[in-house]
Design a protein around this ligand. Structure first.
Ligand SMILES: *[C@@H]1O[C@H](CO)[C@@H](O)[C@H](O)[C@H]1NC(C)=O
Ligand SMILES: *[C@@H]1O[C@H](CO)[C@@H](O)[C@H](O)[C@H]1NC(C)=O
Ligand SMILES: *[C@@H]1O[C@H](CO)[C@@H](O)[C@H](O)[C@H]1NC(C)=O
Ligand SMILES: *[C@@H]1O[C@H](CO)[C@@H](O)[C@H](O)[C@H]1NC(C)=O
Ligand SMILES: *[C@@H]1O[C@H](CO)[C@@H](O)[C@H](O)[C@H]1NC(C)=O
Ligand SMILES: *[C@@H]1O[C@H](CO)[C@@H](O)[C@H](O)[C@H]1NC(C)=O
Ligand SMILES: *[C@@H]1O[C@H](CO)[C@@H](O)[C@H](O)[C@H]1NC(C)=O
Length: 412
């Protein structure tokens, strides 16, 4: 434990900052490998009558027992029923996450199933999800981690939609997947701090230099208005240093804020918007807790000085890494607890903490390019232990979101 970085839980190594912005860069870089999907826009609706559709049947097996905490449980062998899609079956996947194609030798990280202690999650059913999303917009808002949840959701549903009836397009800071026959969209909105910042440009922003406008959100929020289902997340961009430059009020007056204080102010700004703008009868709001990082292997392997590189098994005992800051978790709890609008928590941190094996590691990208052979052989400096491979852990987050939406549907 000798080279334990001082206050490790605040500092994400500078070298890793470069993996953060890929997310946004990618919006231009993975230029529409899927452009052949984009032709189906503005298809006229056939006929002038409204089709009456039978409601989705939610079987007893798909019903989550009252009182079951789906975020507590363990990872079990999926026995061949996972992954739910493959790298090949989802051509929309960006190369940052296709770890197999990028040379990852093991694939067992794709084959685990999240098993809550007190009940079962319903099996993901793309047709049912699309039916739930009929005439609706589902939007994921946040950073590149949140974008992988969007990518995952698109992969989970796209294979059941015929060619020509689906499209993916970029309209920065949004990415929009459309399922035409359902008049449904699944969207991603880039806002790494939720509030406004100099990192909001979807394709051109600095990573090392950060400046957050703690009380400004309207540039973003006007594009969130009226969205039926919103899923928010913001964490890792805050955690690069223990303090962050920010403004509150006067845009000219920049101050260094303690990150926890800045995060709280930003969450309150967001909360105020939620309270004044969300209609609980017609809209649903979710907040995702932090996606864990696995930057220091001494945390789960005494004396080791590596990172997530080379890990191929989940942790099978109680574990919480120092990267998941408890002050920040407390702020999320406080702010959501005080809101007069129902925002549901997707508390995925603990279940993802176990998955030191799920990260992109050296089988991802840096600055928009796959790692070179030399970089790959230097995992200490180049492994990405923030982002996840797909198929992988973000699929489980979506299985949980699906489970919750399905329960809502059952009781509505
Ligand atoms: C896989 O098989 C094992 C042993 O038969 C069983 O304990 C486990 O529950 C199964 N997992 C799933 C996801 O069905
Ligand atoms: C399509 O969905 C949008 C919401 O995403 C809704 O406003 C619109 O009314 C829907 N169109 C039809 C024809 O139902
Ligand atoms: C918000 O948008 C306005 C108008 O486009 C722009 O002038 C302003 O700089 C933006 N605010 C931030 C914090 O980016
Ligand atoms: C990116 O932003 C910087 C600073 O705002 C600007 O100087 C530069 O020209 C921009 N680059 C592109 C490609 O737009
Ligand atoms: C805040 O900005 C100042 C001036 O640009 C800079 O010297 C300082 O390093 C910044 N602080 C942080 C935490 O980034
Ligand atoms: C920031 O605030 C938190 C909570 O008040 C405190 O624990 C932490 O030590 C502070 N950090 C710095 C760098 O002052
Ligand atoms: C999320 O779950 C963890 C334990 O799994 C708990 O410590 C934490 O307080 C929860 N977060 C919130 C905001 O409730």
């Amino acid at each position: 434990m000798t080279n334990l970085p001082f206050r490790a839980h605040y500092l994400f190594p500078a070298a890793l900052a470069s993996v953060l912005f890929l997310g946004s860069l990618r919006i231009v870089l993975d230029n529409l490998q899927n452009s052949h999907h984009t032709c189906a826009f503005f298809r006229p609706l056939s006929g002038g009558y409204r089709v009456i559709r039978p409601p989705i049947r939610v079987s007893d097996e798909e019903t989550i027992k009252d009182g079951c905490n789906i975020f507590e449980g363990k990872w079990v062998q999926g026995n061949g029923s996972y992954p739910l899609y493959t790298e090949e079956s989802c051509p929309l996947l960006v190369k940052q996450v296709t770890c197999q194609k990028n040379g990852r030798p093991d694939s067992s990280y794709q084959k685990w199933k999240w098993q809550p202690d007190g009940c079962n999650l319903p099996r993901f059913n793309a047709l049912k999800l699309l039916e739930i999303l009929r005439d609706k917009r589902l939007m994921f808002v946040g950073d590149s981690v949140q974008r992988s949840m969007f990518d995952s959701m698109v992969c989970l549903v796209q294979s059941v939609i015929p060619e020509g009836k689906k499209s993916l397009r970029r309209d920065p800071p949004r990415k929009i997947f459309r399922a035409e026959e359902y008049n449904a969209s699944i969207e991603f909105y880039w806002a790494p701090f939720l509030v406004e910042s100099i990192s909001d440009h979807a394709t051109n922003h600095t990573v090392m230099k950060r400046l957050v406008r703690l009380d400004s959100i309207s540039n973003h929020s006007k594009q969130w208005e009226g969205v039926d289902i919103l899923v928010y997340e913001s964490y890792v961009w805050w955690m690069y240093k223990p303090t962050i430059n920010a403004t509150f009020g006067d845009l000219e007056h920049v101050e260094e804020y303690n990150v926890t204080i800045a995060y709280k102010r930003a969450m309150e700004t967001w909360g105020k918007w939620i309270e004044t703008s969300i209609n609980s009868h017609s809209q649903k709001v979710f907040f995702m807790t932090m996606s864990p990082t696995h930057l220091w292997s001494w945390e789960w392997k005494n004396g080791d000085d590596g990172n997530c590189f080379g890990e191929s098994e989940p942790i099978q005992r109680p574990y919480w890494g120092t990267g998941s800051n408890l002050d920040i978790m407390g702020i999320v709890k406080d702010v959501l607890g005080k809101l007069r609008v129902d925002v549901r928590l997707l508390n995925i941190t603990q279940l993802s903490e176990y998955r030191k094996d799920g990260h992109a590691s050296v089988y991802g990208e840096r600055k928009g390019k796959l790692l070179t052979k030399e970089q790959r052989s230097d995992p200490k400096n180049y492994a990405d232990c923030i982002h996840w491979c797909l198929p992988g852990i973000p699929d489980t987050w979506n299985e949980i979101l699906y489970a919750v939406l399905l329960q809502d549907y059952r009781v509505s």
